[in-house]
Design a binder for this molecule. Structure first.
Ligand SMILES: O=P(O)(O)OC[C@H]1O[C@H](O[C@H]2O[C@H](CO)[C@@H](O)[C@H](O)[C@H]2O)[C@H](O)[C@@H](O)[C@@H]1O
Ligand SMILES: O=c1ccn([C@@H]2O[C@H](COP(=O)(O)OP(=O)(O)O)[C@@H](O)[C@H]2O)c(=O)[nH]1
Length: 472
């Protein structure tokens, strides 16, 4: 079997199983594939050095080899904080109003992609299968080809692909997309993003798309497909069975004092629709005063990408917004919103999800959203909670039995919260059974196998995606 080489901006260094170290499903699944193929995971260490030396820090933990490099501060500013998170992230989440372009971001991005390529290329053997991840590394395949690599190289984008009319607002967009033609396979999360990508390729590059998703441009053929990422439901249920999860469950239940609990868990990111969610909850409190003191909303929002100014601003906005809502509606013995700017380990989150009657997952745009799937996996089959899910999250394509909402509409959010709080147990069970079936079916293992089999040429194209229902 050929070795798998995974390349991504961040590398999740495995924690020894003996230490009981918790990791996300993605890291666990990739680690399993890397272990099986005796492969390698390469990326940025998350650290900076005064000068880029290309010195690789190799580690081998539980049969998984990781190789990381430090970047210069200027690299981090221009590549990670700059082009990746100030240019591509907002644009790809349809926020051209927030997208910034600076020539230095573009050159920093190219420089880091070149540095990654020159550092990792000597570690790659002729039979290896190379899998590049995400918007930080779009041109990496091209850089590897320039260094003579003939291997099969695949690329998976974890975030949405924007409509062609937005994509063209990116300076030098054609150059970026043409660099992708050096991959053998390009994967997106859903058919919707895949369609946008195909649309761009046909309209802007004059390419053609064959029925199996292969694109052809100037004699070059690249396979494309939708591969929805998932969680590892078994691993998540195991997290739920730990003492840490039980403690988290008890703490939240005790603090709720028989009130209904609503939970949101998101990185502090404008794409997650947190302000709109708070406004929707406020609308619910205004429209349903009978629920005053009988429901509590816990929003967990760990800070993210704090060096990017748009992220610092949302933090200030949400502090004010939650304060205003609590000021307007709280009683001496009840606050409507508990807003926590801190991250929790997954086992703790599993307990919090289980203790909550509603999972409120309302991003304005999201490649997938694994929190939605984790919330479903954590529920009690005999008395499950209700998932309220944005129709603009990739996860809505698989989780059509959630209450699907337009996250921009306060009214829809308010109505959905009311419907969820009033939903009969039989209806909650009926919906949850469909949801858990989808979570189990489209799990992280089938995502990984699906992509790798097509990249290896063992399968011709991605499995078909079930149609998204028109109504919730
Ligand atoms: O590495 P950070 O800058 O701290 O950001 C965290 C990750 O955010 C993005 O996640 C995406 O991937 C998820 C899994 O496929 C998906 O469910 C979610 O919708 C996406 O937003 C980003 O794409 C990752 O590279 C980051 O590591
Ligand atoms: O305090 C927290 C908040 C989030 N997460 C995890 O971070 C991931 C978030 O993934 P998602 O796809 O929902 O969004 P992203 O942050 O990747 O855009 C999920 O696995 C969460 O369980 C976590 O471990 N602790």
């Amino acid at each position: 079997m050929s070795r798998l080489i995974v390349i991504s901006n961040r590398v999740s260094t495995p924690k020894p199983r003996s230490s009981g170290g918790a990791q996300g499903g993605l890291a666990v699944a990739l680690a399993a594939a890397l272990r099986e193929s005796r492969g390698l995971w390469f990326g940025w260490s998350g650290e900076t050095a005064e000068e880029f030396t290309g010195q690789i820090n190799m580690q081998r933990v539980d049969g998984v080899t990781t190789a990381t490099v430090d970047l210069e501060e200027q690299d981090v500013d221009e590549y990670y904080n700059g082009y990746a998170n100030r240019t591509l992230w907002p644009l790809f989440h349809y926020r051209i109003d927030l997208a910034e372009y600076d020539r230095s971001f573009g050159s920093g991005y190219e420089r880091v992609n070149q540095r990654f390529a020159e550092t990792v290329a000597p570690l790659i053997e002729p039979d290896d299968l190379v899998w590049v991840h995400d918007y930080h590394l779009v041109p990496l395949g091209q850089q590897l080809r320039r260094r003579g690599l003939k291997n099969r190289i695949g690329f998976f984008l974890h975030i949405p692909w924007p409509p062609q009319r937005l994509m063209v607002s990116l300076p030098f967009h054609e150059r970026l997309v043409r660099s992708m033609l050096d991959y053998d396979l390009i994967g997106l999360q859903t058919e919707e993003w895949l369609e946008s990508f195909h649309h761009y390729v046909t309209r802007e590059l004059g390419g053609t798309v064959e029925p199996d998703g292969t694109i052809e441009i100037d004699g070059r053929r690249v396979k494309t497909g939708a591969f929805p990422i998932g969680i590892d439901p078994e691993e998540f249920r195991a997290a739920l069975a730990t003492d840490e999860a039980r403690q988290a469950y008890d703490t939240l239940k005790r603090s709720a004092e028989h009130r209904k609990m609503i939970i949101g868990v998101d990185r502090l990111d404008y794409s997650k629709g947190l302000a709109e969610r708070f406004h929707g909850y406020r609308r619910f409190l205004e429209e349903h005063p009978d629920w005053s003191g009988r429901v509590s909303f816990l929003q967990i929002a760990p800070p993210s990408r704090g060096e990017v100014h748009t992220y610092a601003h949302i933090r200030e906005d949400l502090d004010q917004l939650s304060g205003r809502i609590n000021g307007a509606f709280a009683h001496v013995d009840w606050v409507p919103i508990r807003y926590v700017n801190q991250g929790y380990p997954r086992a703790g989150l599993a307990g919090f999800y289980r203790a909550s009657d509603i999972g409120l997952v309302t991003p304005l745009r999201d490649g997938m959203n694994l929190v939605a799937k984790e919330y479903v996996a954590a529920q009690d089959p005999d008395d499950p909670g209700v998932l309220i899910l944005s129709r603009f999250a990739g996860a809505a394509h698989q989780l059509g039995e959630a209450l699907l909402v337009n996250p921009y509409s306060k009214d829809e959010l308010s109505d959905a919260i009311h419907a969820a709080l009033s939903m009969e147990r039989t209806e909650r069970i009926r919906r949850w059974e469909k949801l858990i079936e989808a979570v189990n079916r489209d799990d992280v293992g089938s995502w990984l196998r699906g992509f790798v089999e097509v990249l290896r040429g063992e399968r011709t194209h991605a499995p078909a995606e079930p149609a998204i229902p028109e109504t919730a």
